[in-house]
Design a protein around this ligand. Structure first.
Ligand SMILES: [Zn+2]
Length: 415
């Protein structure tokens, strides 16, 4: 027969000189608490945390760790932690095999917490584990940042980058992905945007075995700050602009036209989403009505929408020759519709941008990397924002982007 103590010791993976000395269930607490007391064999030697050489214990200090729930009971371990007297390094606190230094949780507890945090918002995971979200964040940040520090970037050849606001307002984060990775492509994220963000990535790349000279293609949007940063850090790379960014640019311009028009005209109700959605995306009956009314009445917003929708025809071009041709015809078609309308100025600006970057856009037709990679950014950002809700800083948001999107394994190492 295995005794209760031996059973618990087995679950904890306790090995000599550690053993389970005592266990008691505190019934006066809600939920009940199971307290396991770990003892240590007399006269044992422990490794110095710096050199690993074993030495006798100088003294012991008692510590307590939160451990995995035992059924519905919260479980705690208490043990005397030795301080060793190393001939070389003096008196140092030795590490225990079930927890990492400085953590108030056992490794098994942390592992369970990380598994939950991968699947749900940190606040919810913390509730399930019965700890504050602040404490869970500390665990998540530790393991995510440690795993990211070990990432090997020596084979990276093509990158995509995009920026997003980590919260409402102007708190920007730039995220870099590996265009060749199908799953979990995130390589790096940094607060800020533009030139400084690209420089920070170049630094990170070099620190992780990568080379700027190896980067053959960079996919990004058309912001001047990004472009000049890319040119500076990755002079060999071909810069391409994703179709996704073109659609984004024109969609924003349509919205600008609509907002300005709504200030001095009464636009049909439900008009906003009606024009933000693409032609083949399902509209509600009211949105469809709004769109029909817009088109029939000749609002500027309707003209802007028609221009944006015509982009689809450009996108459907099969060859480089065809897309070049269609971009030229698209620009001509749009300019005619715009004429010298002041209200359609935002559309004219979008056209200028497209014209200026046309070659970079066309290059995407010969690129081997799919558009889906860049489109994936949006859902990644949304998911990270949702997971970090309630405790959102640049650091927690970035940690979530990594947790969801980076090729990392969160290894909880037992010593
Ligand atoms: Zn030592």
């Amino acid at each position: 027969m295995v005794s209760d103590n031996e059973l618990f010791a087995l679950g904890l993976g306790l090995k000599s000189p550690w053993y389970l000395e005592d266990q008691r269930l505190e019934m006066d607490k809600q939920p009940h608490e199971l307290h396991l007391r770990i003892g240590v064999e007399r006269g044992s030697q422990f490794p110095c945390p710096i050199c690993g050489k074993k030495a006798k214990a100088h003294d012991f200090r008692e510590s307590t760790w939160r451990h995995l729930n035992f059924f519905q009971h919260h479980c705690y371990l208490t043990a005397p932690v030795p301080r060793v007297r190393c001939p070389e390094h003096g008196v140092k606190q030795s590490e225990v095999p079930w927890a990492r230094k400085g953590s108030g949780f056992t490794l098994l507890f942390e592992q369970a917490a990380l598994m939950l945090a991968r699947e749900m918002p940190v606040a919810s995971a913390a509730r399930i584990m019965g700890i504050t979200d602040k404490r869970l964040w500390r665990v998540v940040l530790h393991y995510v940042e440690q795993a990211m520090a070990e990432l090997d970037l020596s084979t990276v050849e093509a990158i995509g980058l995009d920026e997003t606001a980590s919260k409402r307002g102007h708190n920007y984060i730039t995220v870099f992905i590996d265009m060749q990775r199908r799953e979990r492509p995130v390589l790096f994220a940094v607060p800020g945007k533009g030139k400084a963000a690209v420089a920070a990535f170049a630094q990170h790349l070099k620190a992780h075995g990568g080379e700027c000279g190896r980067i053959a293609e960079v996919v990004c949007d058309m912001s001047g700050a990004f472009l000049s940063g890319v040119h500076e850090q990755f002079p060999e790379a071909e810069v391409t602009v994703d179709w996704f960014h073109i659609v984004q640019l024109f969609t924003r311009s349509v919205d600008e036209v609509r907002k300005a028009e709504a200030r001095d005209t009464v636009l049909p109700k439900h008009c906003r989403w009606a024009v933000l959605k693409g032609k083949e995306t399902k509209r509600t009956a009211k949105q469809q009505e709004a769109l029909d009314e817009l088109l029939n009445t000749g609002f500027d917003t309707a003209t802007a929408w028609l221009i944006k929708e015509k982009l689809r025809w450009v996108r459907e071009a099969k060859t480089v020759q065809a897309v070049r041709n269609r971009i030229t015809r698209f620009i001509r078609f749009a300019r005619e519709l715009i004429g010298d309308s002041f209200a359609l100025e935002p559309m004219a600006k979008a056209l200028e941008t497209l014209e200026r970057h046309a070659e970079r856009v066309i290059r995407r037709w010969t690129s081997t990397y799919t558009n889906a990679r860049m489109e994936g950014f949006n859902s990644l950002f949304q998911a990270a924002r949702a997971r970090a809700r309630g405790y959102s800083t640049n650091r927690t948001f970035i940690a979530m982007v990594y947790l969801i999107g980076a090729p990392i394994q969160l290894l909880v190492k037992s010593t």
